[in-house]
Design a protein around this ligand. Structure first.
Ligand code: ZN
Ligand code: ZN
Length: 345
């Protein structure tokens, strides 16, 4: 098979096209002919080594869809010819966290696709059936590829963790990226009013199209004043923090009393100083959000297939151009999502 291989952590240019032996599915796995794989900011952080060491050589890519070519002998629920999408990471399905539907907290099996399990920057991959969901026929491969990590994450962040309700005001930072655009759409669909923060004027139209009530363009990331003005001093009920340490202190200042601040991204993996007083007197809830459950992925695929939430795919590029796609994403040249598609072998 062909694969884009990372032999050494570091720059985008370290991603090179190579030939690898075809993988064989284990008992509990399926073999997929990869049809599309999203390029996620997570891949960039992993490639640089900022997530820690990866098993090298690595094949990145956790936003994978493909056609089932073969199934291991203990696999149920998938047959040859089925269309399947991967979750971001595995979970065991048996432990107390999994039984409580908190699969992101599972420690028994926390293998990540594209890391401990070779990923979708390839023409073929094997995947444990536990880590897959069925893709509706009406969804195109590129659209389906990004659903888990964008709309699926938005379902986890906005509904499951943020408990966003109709009539609430929601702040979304880093709103023009893959997760951001889907969070804006989903919260709007669910009846909330969304204030979207972006650092780039060129991304305003996409955010208005996604349903944002207000868009704040903030190059210096000092947006709390604008948010206070827009909400007549009240602040926001929920904040979806996608940027992380660079915006967190401002986001904290935007919160209404009793607000819920959901942290889902930390792009520069930085830290910041927190004044606990703000959290105390406003009785804020600060909530982490990580990955997507199979149920949330199915909900997200359904929301996309029924066009309640639009896909955020902005470009489809050949697998061989993975390094360039990384370079451009890192330099903020991609609004929405780029998807890699392999040539026929
Ligand atoms: Zn992703
Ligand atoms: Zn578990």
């Amino acid at each position: 098979m062909k694969a884009v291989v990372l032999r050494e952590l570091g720059a985008a240019a370290n991603l090179t096209l190579a030939r690898l032996p075809d993988p064989e599915p284990a008992r509990d796995e399926v073999l997929l002919a990869v049809r599309a794989c999203g390029v996620c900011y997570h891949d960039i952080i992993a490639r640089r080594g900022d997530l820690g060491p990866l098993p090298l050589p690595a094949v990145l890519g956790h936003e994978v869809v493909g056609e089932v070519l073969a199934v291991g002998e203990s696999v149920t629920g998938f047959r040859v010819g089925d269309r399947a999408a991967t979750l971001q990471r595995m979970s065991c399905g048996e432990c107390a966290h999994c039984k409580a539907n908190r699969n992101s907290l599972c420690k028994v099996d926390r293998r990540f696709f594209g890391e401990e399990i070779r990923g979708g920057y390839a023409t073929r991959m094997t995947a444990p059936a536990m880590g897959l969901a069925h893709v509706p026929d009406s969804l195109s491969w590129p659209d389906a590829a990004t659903v888990c990590c964008t709309t699926g994450t938005a379902v986890h962040v906005c509904r499951t963790r943020g408990r966003v309700k109709a009539g609430e005001t929601v702040l979304v930072t880093g709103a023009s990226g893959g997760v951001g655009l889907q969070a804006v759409q989903l919260c709007t669909h669910d009846g909330a009013r969304v204030i979207a923060v972006t650092s780039s004027e060129s991304k305003v139209n996409a955010l208005v199209d996604a349903g944002a009530w207000h868009v704040v363009v903030s190059r210096d990331l000092a947006f709390a004043k604008d948010v206070k003005r827009i909400t007549a001093g009240d602040g926001v009920d929920v904040a979806i923090e996608i940027v992380g340490s660079a915006t967190f202190p401002q986001t904290l200042k935007c919160m209404a009393p009793g607000g819920r601040l959901v942290v889902v991204g930390n792009l520069d993996t930085g830290t910041f100083q927190l004044n606990p007083g703000l959290v105390i007197v406003k009785e804020l809830e600060i909530l982490g959000a990580y990955a997507t459950t199979r149920g949330e992925l199915e909900t997200a695929l359904e929301l996309t297939a029924t066009k309640k939430v639009k896909s955020c795919v902005s470009e489809v590029v050949p697998l061989a151009d993975a390094a360039r796609a990384h370079f451009r994403l890192e330099n903020r040249e991609i609004a929405g999502r780029a998807v890699l598609v392999p040539d026929a072998e």
